[in-house]
Design a protein around this ligand. Sequence first.
Ligand code: SAH
Length: 414
Amino acid sequence: MNQTRDIAIDLVPAGAAADEATQAALRESASKTAPSESKTNIFDFDRASLERFFEEELGEKKFRAHQVMKWIHHRYVTDFTEMTDLGKVLRAKLEERAVVHAPQLIFDKESTDGTHKWLLGMDPKNAIETVYIPDKGRGTLCVSSQVGCALNCQFCSTATQGFNRNLSTAEIIGQVWIAARHLGNVPHQQRKLTNVVMMGMGEPLANFDNVVRAMSIMRDDLGYGLANKRVTLSTAGMVPMIDKLGEVSDVSLAVSLHAPNDELRSELVPLNKKYPIAELLESCVRYALRKRGTSVTFEYTLMKGVNDQPQHARELIKLMREFDRRVQMKDAAKVNLIPFNPFPGTRFERPDDETIRGFQKLLNNSGMIAPVRRTRGDDIDAACGQLKGQVMDRTRRQAEFRKRLAQGAGDAAA
Ligand code: SAH
């Protein structure tokens, strides 16, 4: 990774015109994106913390917090004066103390296959992407947790951007809010948004508290009412944080495995040097054993000539069988095969279809569930690993973040 180049140039390896426009839009929206610093952003609160805010800061009853959550997440109303079931005095108090501030919509694009991508301004310098993928009977939103990423996985385009900062709870749930509003989603009635995957930019477990709080709003009836298993957190394998997640949350766990042995995995996912496969799988076993019937999804991005050979499939089968045995459940391990999505400057390639099918067949023949994830939103660069927000100002912070990560801090950049 090139950390020393001028960032303004580094930002845009391709499509300079569009990105210049993006930068201009970011500058223009600078004043709009910055919430008033003296005011509290209600988007930062899940139910428990909003109740506390109402009771302790405003001297109000808890149920008022519930009314406000419904206005925001069910009806997309952000102006307190329009929250007509609150008394005038409370509305005035809220206006004085709080705001409901969502990320700034810079642009959105729809793919020919119905996939939708939003570029959202988080602050005057940073933008991230959120992607919606409709499929038979369901709609999945792919949400980002950080601006950029510090993990430096070799095959991921986000890594080429470097890392700038964690997103706040408001910035994470704000992505869901913008997409849900755009889609005309009505929680509990007209569900356009049925699943959320924390698989956008960033490593969600490196931004633990904000991600957990945002996921609690996704699952809350006063928020988006999604069942636990319909909210998935994907991690590159931050072992201590997987255990911590198990203590506070029941969401579905996905793990980016990508290689069946330590030698190869350490090359592709450098975090493996700190948390090798055996340790990683142990933490996944603990996660699955907390609750009967829990499975874990292992993501495996297929790269031509790198990890797509029959011997890799056989090694993978062994690992997954061992996992099932430890959890004492058939299909406790689910493998998700992702054909590599190319991006400018990458040295990796997607295997041909025959190799992909052959790899899948080996897994299937051993009795494993291993769907190949269809590539969606290719034409708008919305596929896995192609997300590319604007990341500025990041080089120094990235070094600092890596250092803290090495020290084992979960909220490394909080
Ligand atoms: N940091 C988290 C979540 C973000 S990545 C994690 O590592 O799990 C979401 C998934 O897309 C991961 O499995 C990631 O490894 C995969 N991915 C990244 N780049 C890709 C690419 N170019 N092609 C295909 N999949 C990719």
